[in-house]
Design a protein around this ligand. Structure first.
Ligand code: ATP
Length: 230
């Protein structure tokens, strides 16, 4: 598994025509199984993550996923990289869990009944049998995030990018999601303010003002980050 940032700069135009730098010349090779990205609000964490599956593109430099330039093959990369948003409502498009997971399976299973059966089995693996046909709106935040994860996993991604996935969850659901993430075989890049989640990762990147200002093992970087933010 490898994600490479080669001198990546992302700029955005302000309404007054001036340029704002969201990421400045970021170079990094991400090969670890679990990588957390931490940093203050507005530091550039989401921007960094969105570059990995082409939701944003670099103004300069390049991002490679398994050696493939995201800008030149965005559809292929999106099949490799699953993206989990902070608010699952942003990605749940169908009205029930079984239909939402079924939608993800549409490419691989053409038969409707078979698709439903497979979607139900995947939801059961996540302990969601009791909500198969419940309205998405009536699910708890934790259940919604797990349905969202099930839909992403249904297309069998090699890498999962999660943008503050536990921010909206209570402590019990945070713990549940942490345990679920820990059990997944995919490489994961997780931006988070949840330092307990960051502590479960092998490597932590600290982003500030669009730059990586610290990078290393969680046990080394997180105490320094807590001090920085104090
Ligand atoms: N498309 C855009 N155009 C202009 N500015 C943007 C755009 N996207 C993000 N920004 C700005 O870039 C900065 C970095 O945003 P980003 O979402 O990457 O931060 P973040 O570290 O994820 O923050 P948070 O922890 O609050 O989610 C923010 O100030 C944001 O307002």
């Amino acid at each position: 598994m490898s994600i490479t940032f080669n001198g990546v700069t992302v700029e955005a135009q302000r309404p007054d025509g001036t340029t704002r730098v969201l990421l400045a010349d970021v170079t990094a090779e991400l090969t670890e199984h679990r990588i957390a990205v931490v940093g203050p609000n507005g530091s550039g964490k989401s921007t960094l993550l969105k570059l990995i599956n082409g939701l944003m593109t670099p103004t300069r430099g390049s991002v490679l996923v398994q050696g493939i330039d995201v800008a030149s093959a965005p559809r292929r990369v999106r099949r490799t990289v699953g993206f989990i948003f902070t608010d699952p409502a942003a990605q749940l498009v169908m009205s029930t869990p079984v239909d939402d997971v079924g939608l993800s399976l549409r490419r691989t299973i053409k038969n409707r009944a078979e698709r439903r059966e497979r979607a139900a089995a995947l939801l059961a693996e996540r302990g969601l049998t009791h909500v198969l046909d419940q309205s998405i709106h009536d699910l708890s935040g934790g259940e919604r995030q797990l349905v969202s994860l099930t839909s992403v996993l249904a297309v069998d991604p090699e890498i999962i990018v999660a943008d503050e996935p536990t921010t909206l969850l209570d402590l019990r659901n945070r713990n549940l999601l942490r345990r679920t993430f820990a059990s997944l075989p995919q490489q994961m890049i997780i931006s988070t303010h949840d330092l307990e989640l960051a502590a479960t990762c092998e490597r932590v990147l600290v982003v500030e003002d669009g730059r990586i200002v610290d990078d290393g093992m969680a046990a080394t970087v997180l105490p320094r980050y807590r001090e920085r933010m104090a």
